[in-house]
Structure formats: structure tokens, C-alpha cells
Design a protein around this ligand. Structure first.
Ligand SMILES: C[S@@+](CC[C@H](N)C(=O)[O-])C[C@H]1O[C@@H](n2cnc3c(N)ncnc32)[C@H](O)[C@@H]1O
Length: 286
């Protein structure tokens, strides 16, 4: 049963105000986490870890007043445990609040909390996982990790993604479609590195943007394909056509997409399945 209840209660601690579109984002995440942990637990992975570098305070409130578990609480509420949960956020108050929310969880001893920029924290996390992988254990595979990378806008740098890619990590990545659409006309004339340069890890997006400006070429499809192609070098299976769910605001303007990348075709299959249906039970239109 992978249709988990995301609804939460107001516990009097700070809650993040979120747009209505967040419900589907968290719904896809919870369904993927369920498939992932249930099928991977029991295989020969040295450990299975969940990494959330933009964790928030643990709860979200929608405009209709509904309170939903945030990504870290969804991760610790799964039917099966991850070995380690790495939670971090740049805002110390979010982490203080999240600690309180996790305190009574049976998973508490498996969680580590950090405050800081995702680009710095990832180094710490990667070193812990790499150290564990170095211990010789015949017949045991390296650690398997799942990272949920969910900033507000363009705060996810390519170096963070690249560091995760060096490990065996499935990633669900926030792609700020509106941020890029809005900022590209300004950043194209700015010296590097700009936030968009940092997101892509280089300036190739500028050529794609110029082709788009010249006419006849869409913008986001080629940008997404370019981003994914960079991950191919790390063994990601990005040739399998996988659509990236688009989240829109109440005026039907695209805000962001969720990009999924994985090193096995099974993960791609799971992602296709879990994003085919929305939180209200409707099939998602492709
Ligand atoms: C969209 S919210 C995350 C929501 C959370 N995933 C959930 O499901 O409730 C984005 C979070 O990223 C944090 N953040 C912004 N910039 C950051 C950075 N450079 N490094 C780490 N965290 C950052 C913000 O403080 C905020 O809590």
C-alpha cells in the first residue's frame, strides 16, 4: 500500500506556509520512498540512506489550511527504516523545530541534523558514506542513497549534485522553471558565475538560451536534456524518456519541475508509476 497519508496536525511549532502545488510534490515523494525502501531493504546494500539537504521545519501549511508532513517526516514515517537520515537546512530555526518534531520517532537515533548551505553540508555527508563504503565486506554492495533536493529557487549548486552522483544516489531534483525563465534574460549579460551558471555547473545554458531567443527552439526541454546529459557520465540512466512533472500556480504558470535521476531502470519504472497519479486520485495528464 503506497498511498500514504500526508496529513499532519498543527503541533504549535513553526510550520512552513506552502502553495497548494506542494501536496502533489510530497505525494510523489512519499510514493517513491515507499517503493524504494520496500524493494531495496533486504538486498545486499551496505546501508540505505536518505539525504534531505533542504529539509525545512518538517511541516507545511497549504492555503486551504491543510497541514502536511514535510519531506523529512515523510521519510521517517515509512513502513521500513532507512539506515541513516541526513537532514539539513540553512536556517537554524528550521533544524531546531525539526529536531523537536523527530524527537519521539523510533527512527531518532538514525537521524543526524546539520545547519548550513547544502553545498558545504554535502561534503560532510559524502565523507561519512564513503568511509563506510571503504570497510571491506565481501559480497556486500556499496551504500545506496536517495536524495531529495528541494530548495526554494536556484540554491542547488551543480557541485552538490555532482558530489551525490559520485556515490550511488537516486535523486529527486527541484528544477526552478519560473526562476530560470525570469532570471535568464538578465543573467545572460552578466559575468559568470551567476545563480543559473551555478545550477548547471557551467555556462552552456547560455548557448541554449541564445538559440531559444533566436526563435524556433523551446527553452526548458533542451536545458533539462543538457542537465541530464551531464549526469550520464556518472552512470545515470538518462536515455529512458521520463517526463518531469510540472507544478503550476493558480494562474496556470509553470513554477518548477521535479527531475528524477537514477542508476537503474527499476528506479525509472518506479518514478513513472508513482507520478502517474495525483494526490486527489486523478491520473496525471502528460
Ligand atoms: C521548499 S523548502 C523545503 C521544504 C521541505 N522539503 C518540505 O517538504 O517541507 C526549501 C528549504 O531550503 C532551505 N534553504 C534555502 N537555501 C538553502 C541552502 N543554500 N542550503 C540549504 N538549505 C537552504 C530553506 O531554509 C527552506 O527550508
Amino acid at each position: 500500500m503506497d498511498d500514504q497519508n500526508l496529513e499532519s496536525i498543527d503541533d504549535g511549532l513553526p510550520i512552513r506556509d506552502a502553495g497548494e502545488w506542494v501536496e502533489n510534490k510530497l505525494y510523489f515523494l512519499s510514493r517513491y520512498l515507499h517503493r524504494f525502501i520496500v524493494s531495496m531493504r533486504g538486498q545486499k546494500w551496505r546501508s540505505i540512506n536518505y539525504i534531505d539537504l533542504f529539509s525545512g521545519p518538517g511541516k507545511n501549511r497549504l492555503p486551504n489550511g491543510k497541514t502536511l508532513h514535510g519531506s523529512p517526516l515523510i521519510a521517517i514515517s515509512q513502513a521500513k527504516s532507512f539506515d541513516k537520515y541526513f537532514f539539513s537546512d540553512i536556517d537554524p530555526e528550521n533544524i531546531e523545530t525539526l529536531k523537536k518534531r523527530c524527537a519521539n520517532s523510533p527512527e531518532y537515533s538514525r537521524i543526524s541534523f546539520r545547519v548550513g548551505d547544502a553545498g558545504a553540508i554535502i561534503e560532510d555527508v559524502a565523507k561519512i558514506i564513503e568511509k563506510e563504503n571503504r570497510i571491506y565486506r565481501p559480497g556486500i554492495w556499496p551504500s545506496l542513497n536517495l536524495a531529495f533536493l528541494d530548495p526554494h529557487g536556484m540554491e542547488l549548486g551543480w557541485q552538490t549534485v555532482e558530489r551525490l552522483a559520485q556515490l550511488r544516489t537516486d535523486m529527486i531534483i527541484y528544477y526552478s522553471q519560473m526562476g530560470i525563465t525570469r532570471e535568464a534574460p538578465r543573467e545572460i549579460n552578466m559575468p559568470s558565475p551567476t545563480p543559473i551558471d551555478n545550477f548547471f555547473g557551467d555556462t552552456r545554458w547560455r548557448d541554449i538560451y541564445r538559440q531559444h531567443q533566436a526563435g524556433g527552439v523551446s527553452l526548458h526541454r533542451p536545458l533539462l536534456d543538457y542537465y541530464k546529459s551531464k549526469l550520464k557520465a556518472f552512470g545515470y540512466q538518462v536515455d529512458d524518456p521520463l517526463d518531469e512533472p510540472v507544478f503550476k500556480n493558480s494562474k496556470d504558470a509553470p513554477l518548477y519541475r521535479l527531475l528524477f535521476v537514477c542508476k537503474s531502470s527499476l528506479g525509472n519504472k518506479f518514478w513513472k508509476d508513482v507520478t502517474s497519479k495525483m494526490a486527489d486520485g486523478q491520473m496525471r495528464m502528460l
